[in-house]
Design a protein around this ligand. Structure first.
Ligand SMILES: [Zn+2]
Length: 111
């Protein structure tokens, strides 16, 4: 496929901004998870008490769950429906809107 016959890309400036906001949510989900893992590993090496871990780990996982829900509730800037979910389920890290096909890649079309 050449650039000439590619479908028109997503992006009005408002749509591009909406996609950036979705990308930020996804970075929070991954960053919170990976950052928490590093902290857990570090606390293991530093021999932090089990009591602290007993409180900190559920808070970390609970807030991660909140971030996952926040990501799942992201709305498509074009069709304003949930970007990565349908009532049948979802693809939490879909590269395009599961409803209208708006893609993160301006030159691609939905599969
Ligand atoms: Zn959409």
């Amino acid at each position: 496929m050449s650039l000439l016959d590619a479908s028109p890309g997503p992006q009005t400036p408002a749509e591009a901004e909406g996609l950036r906001a979705i990308a930020v949510r996804r970075r929070w989900v991954w960053g919170w998870f990976l950052g928490g893992m590093l902290i857990v590993l570090a606390t293991g090496a530093l021999r932090v008490s089990e009591r602290v871990m007993f409180v900190a780990v559920p808070i970390w996982i609970g807030l991660w769950g909140v971030l996952i829900l926040w990501n799942a509730r992201a709305r498509c800037p074009r069709c304003h429906r949930l970007f990565s979910n349908t009532w049948l389920g979802g693809k939490p890290f879909a590269r395009h809107c599961v409803h209208c096909g708006l893609s993160f890649a301006p030159w691609s079309s939905p599969e």
